[in-house]
Design a protein around this ligand. Structure first.
Ligand SMILES: Nc1ncnc2c1ncn2[C@@H]1O[C@H](COP(=O)(O)OP(=O)(O)OP(=O)(O)O)[C@@H](O)[C@H]1O
Ligand SMILES: [Mg+2]
Ligand SMILES: [Zn+2]
Length: 480
């Protein structure tokens, strides 16, 4: 038995089987039932959305042996011939190869003859935008004085290339890409009719990969069944589509959460060596971070991150999306992605004190106590310096919050000492009352002078990393 591709085998034979084009289907059905159908249509939309399919169904509606109907029988000789493409009154013209005046002249002559077998002759002109100007002009004459019993359907993927004079004499339908959900249901129906086992996640992957076209979706499904050895499972579908297994993406997010830079870098190396496309990985990771952000913001919690990570997440996403666009124009994307991961090491040292003091940046938006805060209080009766800093910062707001996050806190038997850069002592002292409320012992501020030295050290560390990564060496060193 010859194998028939799903896209062909499951080409819809009735209006009700057409997926995702409800307004068009409804209008056409009504037009036929009310005997108000047009003699000229334009079907526009990208590939594989059902333009040709709809044109053929309309041809059946007009020529079905049981009479003009919006529900053609599908079994009479005319219906069957139309489905096979062999009906003598249906002309499928490919304007990409017959774009000239002679072809349209032949068509103009043909329209004067009566139909051979059916009630209407239907001309389906595919890729109609490819017609030459002369051909369009000749066609226009026919559309202006349409001889009876002829219907024209111009199918095109580029509506803007159809002259306005033609457009104004046709009824235009714009086919829309189906949603991922609609594609999934379409694929599911095929698999269920075929009795093929499948995993939900695999269907989703195929639907997402088929970029809105049902023909692509059906062809991918064909491949997935073959590749999966007769079933559609997630693992082999991931391989087929070249997507990174969800397990790996999850692990990546987990490591991000743990800020385990070392393992992340090693992981990138390994994936690259294993032949995975890091651009694909990056796309999946940034998609995942995006949904983490949404969930952490709206629900208070994502799969890996929660409300208190939102600032970090925004920072990560910023760096990662930039890396994504840079990597596209870079011969070795791996380097860009490694650098992006390395940058995360400095996640808490983003804003220079100078910028803060100039008041250009608002670091921590003032927030009222939320439910989560209360829950944390109840669940964590043990005193935790990090928590205290966070809460004190929230209450004191702006600069103080940022300064506290950078501060070192020293705990002695009878007090807490906040060690900050000298320039910040005054600012923090002004809010000491508020800050103290969050600590179980008295709090004092002490200015320190290491700013310069510390910064230098940090930079050296970064330089070392880069040198290690790129196996480079320092040639000149510029003193600031
Ligand atoms: N709306 C749809 N509902 C169900 N299946 C569809 C739909 N659109 C496309 N298909 C599937 O894709 C195949 C191709 O569809 P069709 O030839 O109608 O697309 P088209 O819009 O004419 O594309 P092209 O611009 O490439 O000619 C069909 O055989 C069918 O399997
Ligand atoms: Mg087509
Ligand atoms: Zn019929």
């Amino acid at each position: 038995m010859a194998y028939e591709a799903f896209a062909r085998k499951y080409r819809p034979k009735t209006f009700d089987e057409i997926v995702g084009q409800e307004p068009i289907v409804r209008t056409l059905k009504n037009a036929i039932e009310l005997d108000r159908f047009s003699h000229a249509y334009i079907f526009s939309g990208s590939r594989g959305l059902g333009k040709t399919t709809t044109a053929r169904i309309l041809t059946k509606c007009l020529n079905c042996g049981k009479g003009i109907t919006s529900e053609p029988c599908g079994v009479c000789e005319n219906c069957q011939e139309i489905d096979k493409g062999s009906f003598p009154d249906m002309y499928e013209i490919d304007a990409a190869s017959n774009r000239g005046i002679d072809d349209i002249r032949a068509l103009r002559e043909n329209v004067t003859y009566a139909p051979i077998k059916g009630r209407y002759k239907v001309y389906i002109i595919d890729e109609a935008h490819m017609l030459t100007r002369e051909a369009f002009n000749a066609l226009l004459k026919t559309l202006e004085e349409p001889p009876p019993n002829n219907v024209f359907i111009l199918a095109t993927t580029e509506l803007h290339k159809i002259p306005d004079t033609i457009k104004s004499r046709c009824q235009t339908f714009i086919f829309k890409p189906p949603t991922v959900k609609q594609i999934k249901e379409y694929l599911r129906r095929i698999l269920e009719k075929e009795g093929i086992e499948y995993e939900e996640k695999a269907l989703e992957l195929i639907a997402e990969a088929s970029a809105g076209g049902l023909r692509d979706a059906a062809s991918l499904l064909d491949q997935a069944v073959t590749y999966g050895g007769g079933k559609v499972d997630t693992k082999s579908t991931e391989e087929l589509l070249g997507v990174i297994p969800q397990k790996i993406v999850d692990r990546f997010l987990q490591l991000l959460k743990e800020k385990d830079i070392k393992t992340l870098i090693k992981g990138l190396e390994k994936l690259d060596a294993d032949g995975y496309d890091l651009n694909v990985l990056w796309k999946q990771v940034t998609d995942e971070i995006h949904s983490e952000l949404i969930n952490a913001s709206l629900e208070g919690k994502g799969k890996f991150f929660s409300e208190e990570d939102i600032e970090d997440l925004i920072y990560i996403q910023n760096i990662f999306t930039k890396a994504f666009s840079e990597a596209k124009n870079f011969p070795n994307p791996k380097h860009i992605y490694e650098l992006a991961v390395l940058k995360l090491k400095y996640i808490k040292n983003l804003v220079s004190i100078k910028e803060l003091l100039q008041g250009n940046i608002e670091v921590s938006p003032q927030e009222t106590h939320t439910k989560t805060d209360k829950r944390q209080e109840e669940e964590k009766p043990v005193f935790n310096i990090q928590n205290a800093i966070l809460k004190a910062g929230k209450e004191a707001g702006g600069i103080v919050s940022a300064a506290l996050k950078k501060a070192n806190i020293k705990e002695t038997d009878n007090e807490f000492v906040i060690l900050v850069d000298k320039s910040l002592v005054d600012i923090i002292e002004q809010k000491l009352d508020i800050i103290s409320k969050h600590f179980p012992k008295p709090v004092r501020v002490e200015g320190i002078e290491h700013k310069k030295e510390k910064k230098q050290k940090k930079r050296d560390e970064a330089v070392d990393k880069v040198l290690e990564l790129f196996k480079g060496k320092i040639i000149t060193y510029k003193e600031e």
